[in-house]
Design a binder for this molecule. Structure first.
Ligand SMILES: *Cc1c(COP(=O)(O)O)cnc(C)c1O
Length: 394
């Protein structure tokens, strides 16, 4: 036994001396909050994701909230959210004052499918709700088929906001060809990190401008937009101190110092992703003998960011509970996690919308377990996890 071996959490950040130097340099500079690093991070992020416009903000949740507000999601509206996701995807709908319509997901991939979207639209309409937005989640780093989802939603006028918090690293994931916006998180556990942070990408210049305004208290500083002209102008020129607030906004800005970290991290995204791909394919190989009781979430050769390496386990066939498997692994220094408890099961949402069955989500939830995957994991670490699992299956 190697006593010094590291606890393997299901995911963790990779921060190196270059990142630390970049942050130290920003700290020595003039701007800690809104400075030149913000725009630099935004344009680097645009290049990395194929996005036309990018807006950095201080969490993935803020990114989703801003995108929803920019699409005018408001009280009286509804939004469709796949129930297998992090709480934030649903909560931002409530933050905007709209109602959540939970969609079921594919039992094998956990993804929103065109059929599930269709069913959710019908359920919403039957309840007299008007779905304005749908939020497909690219769970684990997989990518929903946006072309097909858009085809289903086509006639209904529903706009898409992609929850891409798991999928940074997939080519053109921010290009939003079939959506109004895509939202990313740069929380410590995600593909790259700024500690806390988020980014919205969009191809729509008007949506981008609205999001920028909402990120900063609803303030505009462009004299062309000023409405209160008597206060705004001194002759032909705008008063030097002057700004106007057009709507209620938030302080969702991402600090310059954190953008410096993001710029440095983004340079490594390609290498991080390649390492994740290698770890996933090693897992695929090492775990193949545990089928069919254990099988990885099927991925074929579709694009994948490998934010999570999630397996589906038939715990009944195994004769052990998920809790006992997690405890055994934990005692051997191996962290695992369940992504996610279906959000419609949360007490808040049960009280609001009652209890109902979403069988695809229930099936996915019953079997899913996320194993450690992060760029600094060695092949030996991966083997250690696979061996520990194999021992449980013997
Ligand atoms: C991380 C995450 C979020 C929220 O991001 P934060 O930066 O933690 O606010 C939203 N949706 C999904 C699917 C996530 O994984």
């Amino acid at each position: 036994m190697n006593a010094k071996r590291q606890y393997l959490s299901y995911g963790r950040q990779s921060v190196d001396e270059e990142d630390i130097a970049a942050v130290a340099m920003a700290l020595r500079g003039e701007f800690l909050t809104t400075g030149p690093k913000v725009e630099e991070f935004e344009s680097d992020f645009a290049r990395a994701t194929g996005a036309a416009h990018t807006i950095a903000c201080n969490s993935g949740t803020a990114a989703l909230h801003l995108a929803a507000l920019a699409l005018d999601l408001a009280p009286g509206d509804a939004a469709i959210v796949p129930t297998v996701t992090f709480l934030a995807t649903a909560n931002i709908v409530r933050m905007a004052g709209a109602e959540v319509v939970f969609a079921d997901v594919d039992p094998d991939t956990g993804l929103l499918t065109p059929d599930m979207l269709c069913a959710a639209i019908q359920r919403a309409t039957a309840k007299g709700l008007r779905p304005k937005v749908a939020l497909p989640v690219h769970l684990c780093g997989q990518v929903c088929d946006m072309t097909e989802l858009a085809a289903v939603a086509g006639a209904s006028g529903i706009a898409f906001i992609e929850d891409a918090c798991h999928s940074l690293g997939v080519a053109n994931i921010g290009a939003t060809q079939h959506s109004s916006a895509a939202c990313f998180s740069t929380h410590a556990v995600k593909a790259i990190t700024t500690g806390e942070g988020g980014v919205v990408t969009t191809a729509d210049a008007a949506v981008a401008a609205r999001i920028r305004r909402l990120r900063n208290h609803g303030i505009v500083r462009d004299p062309k937009a000023f409405e209160n002209r008597a206060l705004a102008f001194d002759g032909a020129d705008a008063n030097p101190w002057y700004y106007e607030m057009m709507e209620v906004g938030w302080n969702y800005r991402l600090a310059d110092v954190l953008c410096a970290l993001g710029i440095s991290q983004l340079k490594k995204l390609g290498n991080f992703w390649r390492r994740r791909v290698a770890i996933a394919s090693l897992y695929d190989r090492l775990l193949a003998s545990l089928a069919p009781t254990l099988r990885p979430v099927p991925h074929g050769d579709r694009p994948h960011a490998w934010h999570l390496y999630t397996v589906l386990i038939d715990f009944k066939a195994l004769g052990k509970t998920r809790a006992s498997v997690m405890r055994t692994l934990h005692s051997q220094g191996i962290g695992t996690q369940v992504h996610y408890i279906p959000v419609h099961q949360q007490p808040y949402y049960r009280r609001r919308y009652g209890t109902f069955a979403l069988p695809g989500a229930d099936a996915f939830y019953a079997g899913c377990l996320s194993l450690p995957i992060f760029p600094a994991m060695s092949d030996d670490d991966v083997r250690r996890v696979a061996d520990a699992l194999a021992a449980i299956f013997r």
